[in-house]
Design a protein around this ligand. Structure first.
Ligand code: PLP
Ligand code: COI
Length: 342
């Protein structure tokens, strides 16, 4: 039985659901995947994660479809990205098999908390892995914990489908050949100062430029960016130092192969941004958040779609993507992974 929760008024916040999946790495190997009822973790005071931020994470969602199935969206891509994040951080790799086992078990164990179809909420799943063994010299830890938790959530950016106002940040997010293309916790730690200050100034989010030249759009603090040109082409920045967003890759596929739009993944300069007619931030948490205004150092770039409603192309992409995720529109082969209740 689905829990009786005020789904429509949920924010994007943590709740400790009854179960989480846990797996520990000790003596050179991963142990058995377990379900645990303990929301606390006990680790060494000198754990690798506490000293040198050796951790990475993922984010994906489970949905109830129109016909009552529980599905997750392209989890194979999250599993692959977590594998790559582990490799880059010298964390023993969480294999796609471990990832999928944890996903199936944790969603099934908390199935009463998967929001119903049409409620506006979803079950956010947060896999993460960190160095739990003690280190004091700079080195990888010898013990790790992989956990997968989940919680029902509402919109990430306040206002939901209402356009947001964002700013071009004076801080940099990820160096060329750094860790911008993986989901390392450290990428978010260093963004906190910029995001707290942006929020205090009334912006929903930061957009970062390429650190080398500060002339090209990279991505937002928690989402990739898409733009729409006057002739309706969907454009997204190409860069080796941004996160390969599952949502953005899916949107670009949907635009080209389902909606028959023109798409381009290429370098996008800050100078050309005023020529675009629509802009959106896309990610698992963000879904597609329309952007009405980008403040570039005191100069507002106001998109013609404005601050009241999403522009028509962003709206169409949003409807199609969420239609696929919730089973209203047929998904491309392999995009929906069903979680079957026992
Ligand atoms: N970029 C950053 C920095 C993010 O934190 C996220 C969120 O996961 C994304 C992009 C979007 O990625 P995805 O669509 O895979 O959730
Ligand atoms: C996600 O979209 O899953 C993320 O991890 C973004 C995060 C900043 C909430």
């Amino acid at each position: 039985m689905t829990k009786n929760i005020d789904w429509g008024n949920l924010g994007f916040g943590y709740t400790d659901l009854p179960y989480r999946a846990v797996c520990e790495y000790k003596n050179g190997k991963w142990g058995e995947m377990q379900l645990s009822e303990d929301p606390y973790v006990r680790i060494s005071e000198c754990a690798g994660v506490l000293q040198y931020s050796q951790s990475c994470f993922e984010g994906l969602k489970a949905y109830t479809t129109q016909d009552g199935r529980i599905v997750t969206f392209r989890p194979d891509l999250n599993a692959e990205r977590m594998y790559n994040s582990c490799k880059r951080l010298e964390i023993p790799a969480v294999t796609p098999e471990m990832f999928m086992e944890a996903l199936d078990r944790v969603v099934k164990a908390n199935i009463e908390y998967v929001p119903p179809f049409g409620s506006g909420a979803t079950l956010y799943v947060r896999p993460y892995v960190f160095g739990s063994g003690a280190v004091i010299g700079v080195a990888p830890a010898d013990e790790y914990i992989f956990r997968m938790i989940c919680m029902p959530v509402g919109p990430y950016y306040k206002g939901g489908a209402k356009p947001i106002k964002v700013k071009i940040s004076d801080f940099d997010r990820a160096a060329p050949r750094g860790t911008g293309d993986i989901k390392a916790g450290l990428n978010y730690a260093m963004s906190l100062y910029a995001s707290v200050h942006a929020h205090a100034e009334g912006y929903a989010e930061n957009i970062y430029l390429d650190p080398a030249t500060r002339t090209k759009i990279e991505e937002a603090g928690g989402a990739n960016v898409i733009f729409v040109t006057k002739d309706g082409t969907v454009v997204t920045p190409k860069s080796d130092s941004i996160l390969p967003s599952v949502t953005r890759r899916s949107i670009m596929y949907v635009a080209e192969h389902i909606l028959g739009m023109k798409t381009e993944q290429r370098e996008v300069t800050l100078a050309e941004v005023p020529d675009f007619v629509e802009c959106g931030l896309c990610g698992t948490a963000a879904v597609i958040s329309p952007v009405g205004i980008i403040d570039n150092h005191g100069e507002d770039i106001v998109f013609p779609s404005g601050m009241e409603h999403p522009g028509p192309v962003i709206q169409k992409l949003y409807d199609t993507l969420t239609g696929i995720q919730s089973g209203r529109i047929e998904a491309p082969e392999g995009w929906l992974h069903e979680i079957k209740a026992d």
